[in-house]
Design a protein. Structure first.
Length: 370
């Protein structure tokens, strides 16, 4: 081989070697992603899932929890959540929802007991939701997160199930969850569709151990018309409630983008049996209550920016069917963002007339029109 060829190959090798060294240096100097981890777990919440005399905003028992962060930037902090009764709730430290990180990356705090715990490493400007059904994901101020089960045995809950109804995919709720300030145990076995495609929801069990039913759409539909065609529900006992709502599961009662059609008598024999509600319900202008006689009805609401019109029609709700009631809300109407439809049949345990028997309802059809 001639000397010019040897020189050329040597030069090429030198360039490749230099490129490899520089690339290696660049890769090794790239900072790794921040992490958050637990080093000491809190105990698992062990209350009976069927216990109903629990107050939604009660003072939970507390325990200590600790962890460590790597790669945090100045000003970043920890937000801790505990999951109990179907929702994640912020574990507030004295006067703040945040936990500070020590100079060595360690952190420690007190948390209310839950089945699971979550630690979020967040930016200084992050505003954590007080309650949420689903944890925030990394991004939009959340830098890293970790989730662990509580220490010790926790109640075993049935697995949720997916089903199709009226051409949509729905998922069932499971375990103890608060609705209207009343704690129910939701069992997926209480929700099913029959051979004609109608949806059945059931309250089953016995006094002291009732189980309820709930399902929700797996996607958000946004503004439009929501129609629910029901068979007669006049047989429901006074403390059995059927609710047809939109809800995003985040925040507080006034910020969950909740629109309700509530069917039931709230534990009183002589109460009205239908409510139209724009949450929060305690604002007098946000609720219309009335009574319908036995029969099949179609309830629907037309949701637009700044306005929602509720209607109840006799029968299948076709054009020409008798209008039972209609009301337009223009105050406090939420904007659409991330909410989904939910249908639930459950026990209002705060009612004066306790539930005595199993209850079941049948919904023939759900329809959405943009």
């Amino acid at each position: 081989m001639s000397r010019p060829h040897i020189v050329a190959r040597s030069a090429t090798f030198s360039v490749l070697l230099a490129s490899f060294v520089l690339t290696g240096c660049y890769s090794s100097s790239k900072p790794s992603a921040p992490t958050v981890a637990f080093s000491k777990l809190a105990a698992a919440y062990q209350e009976s899932p069927y216990k109903t005399d629990i107050i939604e905003d009660r003072d939970y028992k507390k325990d200590a929890i600790e962890g460590r962060v790597t790669g945090a930037r100045p000003g970043q902090r920890i937000v801790l959540y505990a999951k109990t009764d179907g929702r994640w709730g912020v574990c507030r430290q004295p006067g703040t929802p945040f936990t500070n990180i020590e100079t060595d990356g360690r952190w420690k705090a007190s948390v209310h007991l839950g089945i699971q715990y979550a630690a979020l490493l967040v930016d200084p400007t992050y505003n954590p939701p007080e309650q949420t059904e689903s944890l925030p994901t990394v991004g939009n101020g959340v830098v890293a997160l970790a989730v662990v089960n509580g220490e010790g045995a926790a109640p075993l809950l049935p697995s949720p199930k997916i089903l199709n109804f009226s051409g949509y995919e729905w998922t069932t709720s499971t375990g103890p969850i608060f609705h209207a300030g009343s704690r129910n145990f939701f069992d997926p076995q209480n929700v099913w569709t029959d051979e004609r495609g109608a949806l059945h929801l059931r309250i089953s069990g016995s006094p002291g151990k009732w189980t309820a039913a709930e399902l929700k759409l797996t996607r958000s539909l946004g503004y439009g018309t929501y129609r629910f065609q029901l068979r007669d529900v006049s047989h429901l006992e006074p403390s059995a409630l059927l609710t047809l709502i939109t809800w995003d599961g985040v925040g507080t009662e006034s910020t969950r983008r909740e629109l309700d059609v509530e069917l039931g008598r709230w534990g009183e024999l002589e109460n009205t049996n239908v409510n139209y509600v724009v949450q929060p319900y305690y604002v007098p202008a946000n609720i219309v209550a009335f009574r319908v006689p036995p029969g099949a009805y179609t309830h629907f609401f037309r949701w637009e920016p700044g306005q929602v019109m509720f209607s109840t029609l006799a029968g299948s709700g076709n054009t020409g069917d008798r209008v039972i009631n209609r009301h337009v809300f223009t105050s406090g109407v939420p904007s659409s963002r991330g909410e989904s439809v939910r249908i639930a049949l459950y026990v209002f345990h705060k009612g004066h007339i306790p539930l005595k028997n199993e209850n079941e309802v049948i919904i023939d059809k759900f329809e959405y029109l943009p």
